[in-house]
Design a protein around this ligand. Structure first.
Ligand SMILES: [Zn+2]
Length: 285
C-alpha cells in the first residue's frame, strides 16, 4: 500500500487521485489502483510484487507515516520521498534537518538495516528507526534489532484512536534475549539535537554505543537523559544502576551444538508461546 503513486503527469496523492485513473508504483513501477481502505484511502498493487517495499506496507504503516507528518509544521515532512541516486524511498523525510524516518512494522534483516543506514549516510541523511512494538521490543530480539538499537532507533506504540507514542528505554540484553527494560521514555521527534562534545563519565554501554554511531539525539531519549544526569541526581543514580546491571550480566559463552539445538527447538518456541500469552492478556485489558 502507498499514499502516493505516479500518473501520466507526475506524483499524485491517493486523496486526490480519481478512482479510475492509471497509476504506477513509485518504487517498482508496476500498475497500482486507488481505493478507500478501512481507515485510509491508498494505492494498492494490482499484481503481487513481493520485492517492492510499498507492496508489503500495511494500513497501520501509512497511518504512522501521516502521524509523523502531523507532528511537524506544514510542508516540513515529505512522505514517500524518492532518493533516486541510491534507489531508496523514504517513509518520511525531513529535508531541513536531513533526517529520514523509517517505520518498521515487519521483519528486517540486519544486513538490510545496515545497507539502508549506509545508503542514506552516503547522501548526507541520518536514519531514525521507529520499530512497531507489536513486533519488536519483545523478550526475544528480532533479527537486526540489537544492531538497530545501537543507532538512532526508538519504539512506537501504535494507537488507532489517539496519537501513537514514540519512546526510548534502558534495556539489557544477553545474546538475543532482552533481560531487563526500563520504563518508556517519551521521545520528541521534532526536537533533534546535535551530539555534544563532552558527556558525563562512566555512562552505560548502551548509551556509549549510540553516541558512537550517531551525530544526533532527540529530546527525551537516553542520551538526553545522560546529559541531564549531570544536574539531576536521580538520573545520575539511574545511570550508575544501568551500568552496574550491564557489568554484572555475563554474555553467553559460545554454546555447544547440543545447547544451540535445544535452544532453537525447545526454549525459543516456548518463550514465543509465553510472549504470545502475555500479549493476549495485555490486549484483553
Ligand atoms: Zn511497488
Amino acid at each position: 500500500m502507498a499514499l502516493y503513486a505516479l500518473d501520466s503527469e507526475g506524483v499524485v496523492s491517493a486523496d486526490e487521485a480519481p478512482d479510475r485513473g492509471q497509476y504506477w508504483c513509485l518504487e517498482c513501477n508496476s500498475p497500482v489502483q486507488v481505493r478507500q481502505g478501512q481507515r485510509r484511502r491508498h494505492f494498492y498493487h494490482v499484481k503481487t510484487s513481493p520485492s517492492c517495499r510499498l507492496y508489503s506496507k500495511s494500513e497501520d504503516h501509512l497511518l504512522l507515516q501521516l502521524e509523523i507528518k502531523n507532528l511537524f509544521a506544514k510542508e516540513e515532512i515529505h512522505l514517500e520521498r524518492p532518493f533516486v541516486s541510491i534507489g531508496r524511498l523514504a517513509d518520511a523525510c525531513w529535508e531541513r534537518c536531513k533526517i529520514v524516518f523509517e517505520i518498521q512494522c515487519s521483519q528486517l534483516s540486519a544486513s538490510e538495516a545496515r545497507s539502508r543506514i549506509h545508503d542514506y549516510a552516503s547522501v548526507g541523511y541520518s536514519v531514525v528507526w521507529l520499530l512497531d512494538d507489536r513486533l519488536f521490543n519483545r523478550r526475544i530480539l528480532r533479527p537486526g534489532e540489537l544492531q538497530l538499537r545501537q543507532h538512532l532507533c526508538y519504539y512506537v506504540k501504535f494507537r488507532r484512536t489517539t496519537r501513537s507514542f514514540f519512546y526510548d528505554q534502558f534495556e539489557v540484553f544477553q545474546g538475543n534475549r532482552r533481560l531487563k527494560r526500563g520504563s518508556r521514555l517519551s521521545v520528541q521527534l521534532p526536537a533533534p539535537r546535535q551530539m555534544p562534545r563532552s558527556l558525563p563519565d562512566r555512562l552505560p554501554q548502551q548509551i556509549l554505543n549510540r553516541i558512537h554511531h550517531s551525530r544526533l539525539f532527540f529530546q527525551g531519549d537516553l542520551i538526553h537523559k545522560a546529559l541531564l544526569s549531570q544536574r539531576v541526581r536521580p538520573l545520575a543514580i539511574a545511570m550508575q544502576n544501568w551500568r552496574f546491571i550491564e557489568d554484572s550480566t555475563p554474555q553467553d559463552p559460545t554454546p555447544t551444538l547440543w545447547q544451540s539445538w535445544r535452544k532453537r527447538v525447545f526454549i525459543e518456541p516456548l518463550c514465543r508461546l509465553f510472549e504470545y500469552f502475555l500479549d493476549s492478556i495485555e490486549s484483553d485489558r
